[in-house]
Design a protein around this ligand. Sequence first.
Ligand SMILES: Nc1ncnc2c1ncn2[C@@H]1O[C@H](COP(=O)(O)OP(=O)(O)O)[C@@H](O)[C@H]1O
Ligand SMILES: [Mg+2]
Length: 249
Amino acid sequence: MAEPLLATAGLVKRYGGVVAVDHVTLAVERGHLHAVIGPNGAGKSTLIGLLSGEMAPGAGTIRFNGHDVTRLHVHRRARLGLARSFQVTSIFHSFGVLANVVLAVQAHAGHSFRFWRPASRDPALVEPALAALERVGLAERRHDPAATLSHGERRQLELAMALAGDPAMLLLDEPMAGMGPEDGRRMVALLESLKGERTILLVEHDMDAVFQLADRISVLVYGAVIASGRPDDIRADAEVRRAYLGEAA
Ligand SMILES: Nc1ncnc2c1ncn2[C@@H]1O[C@H](COP(=O)(O)OP(=O)(O)O)[C@@H](O)[C@H]1O
Ligand SMILES: [Mg+2]
């Protein structure tokens, strides 16, 4: 079998006495939407932070697309195609929607760009930015200030900003949090449309969305993976039901 796109081995992150991520060994296959679920405080956000490079693990390794990225900075990982949406990319609210995505494209392109040229008119930046906005369904709002977007649209913009770098893999931490049912459905449809095209690691509380979207599910409890497998197997797993799904239902 081909090497997984992303693989962690024995990943550990401690905060003082708390073991937030406890020897996590996880493989995400290329093209899969792999969901990570678990109760509040299970270590899901910490795991995403370790994968994106915002924090360093106390132990363990992270391999991405044939590279050991364990000690690489966020930007180096993004350059390799591992991108996180939400939190790393911050929206400039007074800027237009398109300008925000143009900046994300420029940030991703890094030094190879000529900064003396106005970014907003450089087709090499504007074209991929527009494509990303079209992808998430925000192209019509491109000239509006980001501050005028609804909560759901802001989440779409953040996703467009992550897509701007054309990543092979997206890390998403609760993209549906705080959304109403309509925006939630739109986000599920968007993620469904990205499936196969991008590898996605999705942390999400909405179990209907998770079981609808995921190719694989890993369950994190107290920082440790207690189960990993196909949605049907996870649904049937007695330990998972006891530790989490029973509680959620
Ligand atoms: N910056 C931090 N400092 C200390 N403890 C933290 C910090 N961030 C998270 N934790 C703790 O680590 C554990 C995992 O948190 P987190 O990764 O946010 O879980 P989840 O995203 O699954 O809710 C929790 O016990 C949390 O209180
Ligand atoms: Mg979290």
